[in-house]
Design a protein around this ligand. Structure first.
Ligand code: C2E
Ligand code: CA
Ligand code: CA
Length: 282
């Protein structure tokens, strides 16, 4: 381990113990009518000494050095508690939570997740777990665990689809409920015939298998409109919202409902107005 990694790891351990991590939540909307479908929980670490550290830096470290279960349990509990607060405030949404493929190697993991939902009285069908194919373990080897989640009513999304090992074949074999198309394809789709064809093929196949399709990393109006044309179900990305603090969700929801017709082009094409409104989206 490098000295830098060691410093990060020690800092991360301390942050976990001192409860100094927090979660932010990025809305995902229906491409049919713009309504809130889910929020994806994303962990944040702002350290007084080390500054802001990206999850893509510390999550792999936590995985490698045995801290991932602790991170997952803390994050999931925080997210489920937040779900209860939103429900009290009249916001009914699914929550999506990222699970490291390593956690899935524990056979008791589905039971643990179910117990956490029960203890807090959150219906399991409100939870979707997002899984990315691990570098060493193809998801097919985790079939048992995945099936257990589905039996409990918990949704399963395959994340970053189109990268790594994940393939169209796996969609048929594994008990997923949702596919998230990686942002690389979404970024290129308006300008690249190939990317557009890939996105279209994934959407059609996933629909044939009864799965919901989410597009990640939607940043432009062009992408959003193209995804609607291609029949994609759900969109997530900076165009719609940045990851938000939990208290910001209600306010975002109200503003987004106003902006939706402009994004889709269904409100008279007042260009200046749409720009003012888009700029004001957080
Ligand atoms: P991910 O699951 O693919 O999450 C989406 C990432 O894309 C997030 O980065 C999000 O902030 C970012 N993003 C969202 N919309 C856009 C967009 O329009 N454009 C671009 N360029 N990026 C966008 P973040 O929060 O830095 O997370 C990075 C990765 O770290 C996640 O990728 C996920 O794999 C992992 N991660 C985050 N939180 C957790 C967690 O609580 N547990 C675990 N195990 N992994 C986590
Ligand atoms: Ca994810
Ligand atoms: Ca992703």
């Amino acid at each position: 381990m490098t000295a830098n990694d060691q410093k990060l790891l020690t800092g991360f351990e301390r942050a976990l113990a001192d409860q100094r991590l927090h979660m932010v939540y990025q809305p995902k909307i229906s491409l049919t009518d713009g309504t809130l479908q889910r929020v994806e929980a994303l962990v944040r670490w702002e350290d007084p000494a080390l500054g802001t550290i990206e999850p893509s830096r510390f999550v792999p470290l936590a995985e490698r050095y045995g801290l991932i279960d602790q991170l997952t349990q803390w994050g999931l509990r925080t997210t489920l508690r937040q779900w209860l607060k939103w429900r009290e405030a009249g916001i009914d949404t699914h929550v999506a939570f990222n699970i490291s493929a390593l956690s899935l190697e524990r056979l008791d993991f589905p039971d643990l997740v179910e117990r956490m939902c029960r203890a807090l009285d959150v219906p399991t069908d409100r939870l979707v777990l997002e899984l990315t194919e691990g570098a060493t373990q193809p998801l097919i080897k985790l079939m048992d665990t995945l099936t257990r989640f589905r039996i409990k009513g918990i949704g399963l999304a395959i994340d970053d689809f189109g990268t790594g090992y994940s393939s169209l074949m796996q969609l048929r074999q594994l008990p997923f409920t949702e596919v998230k198309i990686d942002r690389l394809f979404i970024e290129d789709a308006p300008v690249s015939e190939d990317s557009r064809l890939i996105v279209k093929t994934v959407i059609d196949l996933a629909h044939g298998l009864g799965l919901t399709v989410t597009a990640e990393g939607v940043e432009t109006v062009e992408q959003l409109r193209l995804l609607r044309e291609l029949g994609c179900d759900v969109a997530q990305g900076y165009l719609i919202a940045q990851p938000l603090d939990p208290d910001g969700l209600g306010h975002w929801q109200e503003r987004f409902a106003d902006i939706w017709p402009t994004l889709t082009g269904e409100r008279g094409q007042s260009r200046s107005r749409s720009h003012v409104e888009l700029d004001s989206l957080g």
